[in-house]
Design a protein. Structure first.
Length: 402
C-alpha cells in the first residue's frame, strides 16, 4: 500500500495542475483591445515593427499550450464601439506579434460602421458592419455582420453586433489602431478562445475576397472597325481570373451579321507588348428588333415590348439586349416566359430605361479563364462584318485576397 501512495499523489497533482492550467488558457471574457477614445491613433511606420516600439500596446490572444500535443492556435473575435450615432464610421488596422521580442506584422485594415445596438455607454453603439479593405494574413480574417431579429416585427434595421474574426496563426499578441472617419470616439474589445488538440482540430477554410469590375462599359463598334478596349489589371489577383465578354448585334435596316472570328482577348506583361490569347467567334444571325412600351424601372422583372413575337424575345432562355439612349447604361436580360408581349425576365433589370428603347434578340457571351501568371488583359473589339454594328462590354472577376 505504501508503494502505491507516491504514484497516487503524483497523479492527483498532475490532474489538478492540468485543470488549473487549462482553465486559465481558455479566456472567454472580452477585454479591451483598443480603449474608447476621441484621439486618432498614429500608425505603425512599416511592416515588421520592432518589439521595443510596440510592447506597451499589445493584447494577448494566446497565453500558451496546455500540453505538447496541442496547437497554440487562437481565434480572436473583435467588436468595435463608436459614438455618437448610428451610421458613424471609424477606420481600424491590426498587427500581430508572434512572441515577446518579435516584430509586429501587419494583418489587415478596414472600416466599421455603428449600428443601432447600444453598448450601455452614453451615445455609444456597436458596429453592425465591418469592411475589410485589405488583408495579407495567411489565416482567416473575416467579418460577420451584426443581425437582430424581433419575433413580432422581423429583422431590426441596423441591429446586432458585427464581429471581426481573426485566426492568430500561432501568434500570441494583437495590436489594434483606430482613427475617426465620421465618429466622435471609437474603441475595440477582444474575445479569444483556443482550438482543441491538433489531432481533433478542423481548420477553417480560407476566406476569399473577390471583385468584379467593369473593364469596358457598353459601347458601339461599327461594322468593319476595331476598338481597343480598356486594360484590366491582374497584378493583385490570386489564382485564375475570369473575363466576361458580351457582344450584342445591333443592325440597322435588318442587316445580317456574318459571324465568324471577331473580338480578340489579348494579354500582356506591359502596356506596349500585347499577345493574342483567344479570338472569339460570333454567331451568324439577323438580329430581330423591337422597342419597349412604357418606362422600364430599375429592378423590374417584366418588360412590355411592342412585338415580343418578332424574333426570339418570347423564347424561354433567350438572352437579349436593351440598348439605352446612353449606351453605357445598356444591359442584357433573359426571357423566362411571355404573355401578350409582356416578357418576364430571369432577374430584375439593373438600370432604368425610357419608353421606346430599342431591343435586339442576339447576344453572344463568353467567360474567358485567365491563368494567375497573366498581369494585364484587354479586348481588341474587332467587328469583322461589313454592315452590321455590334455593342460590346467586358467585366473582370479576380480574387484579391485569401
Amino acid at each position: 500500500m505504501k508503494a502505491k501512495t507516491p504514484n497516487l499523489i503524483i497523479a492527483l497533482l498532475l490532474l489538478v495542475s492540468g485543470i488549473a492550467f487549462g482553465a486559465g488558457v481558455n479566456d472567454r471574457a472580452y477585454k479591451t483591445l483598443r480603449a474608447v477614445s476621441a484621439t486618432d491613433d498614429s500608425g505603425l511606420p512599416a511592416h515588421a515593427v520592432a518589439w521595443a516600439s510596440v510592447r506597451g500596446q499589445v493584447v494577448e490572444v494566446m497565453p500558451g499550450k496546455t500540453n505538447y500535443l496541442q496547437e497554440n492556435r487562437g481565434i480572436a473575435s473583435i467588436v468595435f464601439r463608436l459614438t455618437n450615432a448610428t451610421g458613424e464610421i471609424a477606420n481600424w488596422a491590426l498587427w500581430a506579434v508572434k512572441e515577446e521580442g518579435c516584430p509586429a506584422e501587419f494583418v489587415a485594415h478596414g472600416t466599421c460602421t455603428a449600428g443601432a445596438t447600444k453598448t450601455g455607454a452614453t451615445s455609444e453603439y456597436y458596429a453592425n458592419t465591418i469592411a475589410i479593405t485589405k488583408s495579407v494574413w495567411p489565416g482567416v480574417v473575416k467579418s460577420v455582420d451584426g443581425y437582430q431579429y424581433d419575433l413580432g416585427t422581423g429583422a431590426v434595421t441596423s441591429g446586432g453586433i458585427a464581429k471581426l474574426v481573426v485566426d492568430s496563426c500561432e501568434y500570441r499578441y494583437l495590436i489594434c489602431k483606430m482613427s475617426k472617419s465620421t465618429c466622435a470616439t471609437m474603441g475595440a474589445d477582444l474575445g479569444t478562445y483556443i482550438s482543441q488538440a491538433m489531432s481533433s482540430t478542423k481548420m477553417t477554410d480560407p476566406v476569399k475576397t473577390s471583385t468584379v469590375d467593369v473593364v469596358d462599359a457598353w459601347q458601339a463598334v461599327t461594322a468593319g472597325t476595331a476598338v481597343v478596349g480598356t486594360v484590366g489589371d491582374l497584378s493583385d489577383g490570386y489564382g485564375e481570373s475570369i473575363l466576361y465578354v458580351e457582344v450584342a448585334q445591333t443592325p440597322a435596316d435588318a442587316n445580317a451579321h456574318a459571324g465568324g472570328l471577331g473580338p480578340v482577348v489579348q494579354v500582356s506583361y506591359t502596356d506596349d507588348d500585347w499577345v493574342d490569347y483567344v479570338t472569339l467567334s460570333l454567331t451568324a444571325d439577323t438580329a430581330a428588333t423591337t422597342t419597349t412600351v412604357g418606362a422600364v424601372t430599375d429592378a423590374n422583372t417584366v418588360i412590355d415590348l411592342t412585338d415580343a413575337s418578332t424574333g426570339d424575345f418570347d423564347v424561354v432562355g433567350r438572352k437579349w439586349f436593351i440598348k439605352d439612349a446612353t449606351i453605357a447604361n445598356s444591359e442584357t436580360v433573359y426571357t423566362v416566359s411571355e404573355t401578350g408581349n409582356a416578357v418576364t425576365l430571369a432577374s430584375g433589370v439593373i438600370r432604368s430605361h425610357a419608353t421606346g428603347a430599342n431591343v435586339y434578340d442576339r447576344v453572344d457571351d463568353f467567360a474567358v479563364v485567365l491563368p494567375e501568371a497573366v498581369a494585364k488583359v484587354r479586348v481588341l473589339w474587332h467587328n469583322t462584318d461589313a454592315d452590321c454594328d455590334i455593342a460590346v462590354t467586358s467585366r473582370l472577376s479576380k480574387t484579391t485576397a485569401r
